[in-house]
Design a protein around this ligand. Structure first.
Ligand code: GDD
Length: 367
């Protein structure tokens, strides 16, 4: 096996208390490592003196590199680091790794072994069998991590990958060189999903290796609300730009809104009681939506289910969306009796459409 140049990128912002011992721990791994390991600290002008700690380590270890720049987010730091690793350090492989011991240095050889085994992109995964998240994570942090992965898997469409947001990765640079970083259009933590999505669309061999994610002992997470907003927008951007299915579904949904409101208005004009007119028009729009989705939107799906089974599943989903839409309508009618019933009906359609899409897409018409 040829010896590869492996550059472990460690992004840092105010990691003075972690970076020195992290470098020491990685140097221990480097001694037994089967390849040529280098460490690249990408520090965003941390005011706490992180860079001084790294410079002191550079006098001891010749394989430690430091790249400094203005703070522009985790993704921006990784992009700078990856370009530097490829163009200046001529890396064959780069690692993404937190500098705060959330990722264990002793796991580096395991990720590298998966790359040596033929993968192009290895993920240190918390959500495959054998991996874990910290016991001490509170409800919000768990929900944040789980929710992020659900959004990445089901909105950005990477269903088969269990840990799309992981920040511990090994990537071959001949894959990275095919990626135009400007196209990713992300600055913060959304980078993880944007990069992974590019790798998936390029047909890269992706492998998940289980790891235990450790809660940092020193310093604090830099994840902010703007990162979360960028993350969600990015996932939907990917969805809109990569999936004709979603666009078709949106068109069908719009036609359903027109059918729903049209039938509802006609029924009101025919003096049908509004509480009866509402479910009738919802049901009719669900039926037209189903027919269009079945024969157009999801036509290419390879579900082996018989049409009768699909029909049955569809009806169950319809019942759920009917219930959601109708209860929203009733609640709004009681809460806001002065607002026109058409508005109540319209607002009731939104959650029903959302549920319809997800259940039908991932259950009724699954691949
Ligand atoms: N240079 C630079 N610039 N480094 C940054 C920045 C930045 O703007 N923001 C964060 N970092 C560095 C931190 O100093 C740390 O070394 C690493 O990036 C991870 O930052 P944390 O703020 O500790 O991340 P986290 O624990 O919330 O998130 C981790 O888990 C997420 C999934 O749950 C990271 O691994 C994320 O990449 C991952 O998505």
């Amino acid at each position: 096996m040829a010896t590869l140049k492996v550059v472990v990128i460690l992004p840092t912002y105010n990691e003075r208390d972690n970076i020195g011992i992290m470098i020491d721990a990685l140097e221990v791994q480097a001694r037994e490592f089967l390849h040529d390991m280098h460490l690249l600290v990408v520090d965003d002008d941390s005011p706490d003196g992180t860079a001084e700690v790294v410079r002191a380590k550079q006098t001891v270890y010749p394989n430690v590199h430091l790249l400094r720049g203005k703070k522009a987010g985790l993704g921006a730091a990784y992009i700078r680091g990856m370009i530097h690793a490829m163009d200046e350090l001529h890396a064959d492989v780069v690692f993404e790794m937190d500098a705060d011991f959330s990722h264990k240095p002793e796991d580096v050889p395991r990720l590298m072994a998966a790359l040596d085994g033929g993968a192009d992109f290895v993920i240190g995964s918390r959500y495959v069998k054998g991996g874990s998240i910290p016991q001490e994570w509170g409800f919000l942090r768990r929900m944040n991590s789980l929710g992020g992965n659900i959004v990445a898997r089901y909105v950005a469409g990477m269903y088969r990958i269990r840990d799309c947001t992981a920040g511990f990765r090994a990537i071959k640079t001949n894959l990275l060189r095919k990626i135009i970083f400007d196209d990713l259009r992300v600055q913060g933590y959304a980078f993880q999903v944007a990069l992974l999505h590019k790798a998936v669309s390029l047909g890269a061999v992706i492998k998940e290796v289980p790891v235990d994610f450790v809660d940092r002992a020193k310093g604090e997470s830099k994840l902010g609300i703007s990162d979360i907003i960028e993350f969600i927008l990015n996932a939907w951007w990917i969805r809109l730009h990569s999936s004709k299915t979603f666009i078709k579904f949106a068109i069908v949904g719009l036609s359903g809104v027109i059918v729903n409101l049209g039938v509802f208005t006609l029924l009101l004009q025919a003096n049908v009681n509004k509480y009866l007119a509402s479910p009738i028009s919802i049901e009719i729009s669900i039926i037209t939506n189903f027919l269009l989705n079945n024969y157009w939107t999801f036509r290419w799906r390879t579900s082996q289910d018989h049409i009768r089974v699909k029909g049955l599943k569809f009806n169950m989903v319809s019942l759920v969306s009917l219930g959601v839409s109708y209860s929203t309508f009733v609640v709004l009618s009681v809460l806001f009796p002065d607002v026109s019933p058409e508005i109540h009906q319209l607002v009731g359609i939104a959650p029903a459409m959302f549920i319809n899409y997800f259940l039908n897409s991932y259950w009724t018409f699954k691949n």
